[in-house]
Write a protein that binds this ligand. Sequence first.
Ligand SMILES: Cc1ncc(COP(=O)(O)O)c(C=O)c1O
Length: 480
Amino acid sequence: MADATPAGSESRPALSLGDRRVDALNHAAALVAHAWHDFDEARAEETYPSTALQSVLREPLPEEPGDVLADLDLAAAVLDASLAQSRPRYLAYIGSSGLEVGALADLLAHSYDINLALDARAATQLENQAIGWLSGFLGFPATAGSFTSGGTISNITALAAARERALPGTRTSGMTHRAAAMYCSAEAHYSITRAAELLGIGRDNVRAIPTDHRRRMSVVALEKQLQADTAAGITPIAVVATAGTTLTGAVDPLGEIADTCASFGTWVHVDGAYGLPAAAARTSADLFAGLERVDSLSVDAHKWMFVPKACSAVLVRSAADLATAFSHNEAYIPHEHDELNAVDVTLEYSRPFRALKLWLALRVHGAQAFRDAIEGNLRQANLLYELASAHADFETQPYAPQLSIVPIRHVPAGCPDSDRHNEALCRAMQHDGRVYISPAIIDGRTWLRPCFTNFRTTEEDVRVTMHVAEEIGTGICGDH
Ligand SMILES: Cc1ncc(COP(=O)(O)O)c(C=O)c1O
């Protein structure tokens, strides 16, 4: 059979959009512009996937090409019928906000698809510059760092470096029954336990240090535990201070922890995945005093620096610590002139160009706009705390929020089981769709736990949250 392709004239690759490129881009741009416009104001109610959309989502693997414009419409319909953290009244968990410039940077970055494992020229320089900017923004003297997929990987990266410093040679020979421990507050994020599991330290060797009346790590208890362990021949790998706990936003006393660890020679890592950007805001900066003396930190730009997921960073005081834990020599990536490859300071090999979205966002908006947006979220948290504290049917924590998480409970008279009531209230609010919040268990009780990390949220949204909680809560009070 004759070859249909004339010699020397290959047809264009089937996976290119070819002459539909411009149409596809314009169409995608219109969909994105519509979404951004939609995010400016809260929706009156959430939308759910239509029956037609659900049947599309059950279709088998397509073998034949579709129509790019129609398929882009479908993709947008799926996103529109999903819970989007970009919306101003999405106050659940710790949200991100899909910053517009960040989304544009992702489109550019994914189009060029740079390989960041080795020196990628300008992109590698930009990564280093963005690490430097972040270090200046937070007030931590980093000499190296890298962008990762999230706080979980940033924490594991820093703790791998801490392990190698505390027990040199562990990456070569393994833990070989060496007794070691890690320390964090009883309210640290689960990723710290996970790091201990993966690094061979073992979850049983994570010391959950009790917290004080404001849910911050007790430094007295930490010191006692470090003394007991070192006396027993157990090597402390690292103390992890949390700068913004996931449950209530408590910030551990970084300066006191740094002082204590200095006397034991122990690495201090700050898990600031959620809260660290508030170190740059005037109102909250004092909470982070001592940050400049720690060994490493994690911060998620995809949380309180508003850029789209995923964009976390791990920063270290000494670049050598990362290289000691991660560098290696492989025949397929030879080192040039004894210089480290980017992959010598990271856990990941292939990784997207995450730095670009933070870099572009900081260039386009300027650092002050980020500080202002964080201050706005802090004010919203305080407003909710004041409104709920002043309301006879609501209960709050005994102190004002340290950051932007504000646990509240609806406790009207005549509603005997307040835990069941608040659980039901949270689910009813999610179903109602005007405000989306998540529940949390604090000291065995069920709370509503709004968290303000979205630059689109306004004080009006805070008032609406109170109004909706009261209205729905009062309506369902007799139901259980
Ligand atoms: C304090 C803290 N550390 C770590 C993480 C994990 O971050 P990621 O989800 O980006 O892996 C979170 C997530 O909320 C967190 O709040």
